[in-house]
Design a protein around this ligand. Structure first.
Ligand SMILES: C[S@@+](CC[C@H](N)C(=O)[O-])C[C@H]1O[C@@H](n2cnc3c(N)ncnc32)[C@H](O)[C@@H]1O
Length: 235
């Protein structure tokens, strides 16, 4: 998205006067207030006009992904759009590979009975080329364009296992497909973070999680904003 004057001024404030910015946001005592690396990354996203998540949600994604970095297993994101949250994962992942899944052409078919106001073709103002250009400086990024789960078939046949997964796909069927694919491939101690679990305007996400996780040993933890997190159990 275009870098507007407002975005540039705000990014400059975050970079030059972080204490003032955080006071204005009411976040002066939040753990992100002392994380200069995260604040620089946030300023970059603000300047670029990229990323859909709230500041506290970005920080949760960053902090949980950092916790997972340096351990065996790959990172993945299903629901990339223009690459805003993938950029956070790219900065946090260390030397791990990052696998990105999206149509890169907008939402596939939507079921109005489970998916609120979403429509096929929402989020169509990104593209594979635009995301590849945006993440070009980040090593170890792999793209899996197309409708998921078909786009994950090859990885599904491989021995690849995941340390950190971010799901941000808004739709019931897509969220369920993401859980069905990634849950068995998440390493013990691995983290799965999802956006929108707590957002009543995105009803399919909570429904898919509550159905899929029922009876499983992992405890789902709601984290700031609308996110949910679980840590895969097992030895
Ligand atoms: C809310 S956007 C992701 C936003 C991104 N995580 C961010 O914070 O910038 C949701 C994305 O999910 C993708 N999506 C949803 N269901 C999908 C499916 N079954 N296959 C591929 N992509 C899907 C859409 O194309 C869209 O780009």
């Amino acid at each position: 998205m275009a870098s507007t004057l407002r975005n540039r001024l705000l990014a400059g404030l975050i970079e030059r006067c972080p204490a003032l910015f955080l006071r204005l946001k009411g976040l002066a005592r939040h753990p992100l207030a002392t994380d200069r690396e995260f604040l620089r990354l946030h300023a970059r996203l603000v300047r670029d006009g990229e990323g859909m998540q709230l500041l506290s949600e970005r920080y949760n994604l960053w902090a949980t992904a950092r916790r997972a970095a340096g351990q065996p297993g790959a990172f993945a994101e299903f629901g990339v759009y223009r690459g805003g949250s993938a950029r956070i994962l790219g900065a946090a992942k260390g030397g791990a590979d990052l696998h990105l899944f999206d149509t890169f052409e907008g939402m596939p078919a939507v079921n109005p009975a489970t998916d609120g106001a979403f429509r096929a073709g929402d989020f169509a103002d990104g593209s594979l080329g635009q995301v590849q250009a945006y993440l070009a400086g980040i090593p170890g990024v792999f793209y899996h364009p197309g409708f998921f789960p078909a786009s994950a078939a090859e990885i599904g046949r491989s021995p690849l296992r995941f340390r950190f997964v971010h799901l941000d796909v808004d739709l019931y069927q897509s969220t369920l497909a993401g859980l069905e694919f990634f849950y068995p491939r998440l390493l013990p101690g691995g983290l799965l973070v999802a956006h929108d679990y707590g957002d009543p305007t995105v009803p399919g996400v909570r429904r898919a999680f509550d159905e899929y996780m029922r009876g499983r040993p992992e405890r789902m933890v709601a984290i700031g904003g609308t996110q949910v997190l679980f840590e895969k159990q097992g030895a």
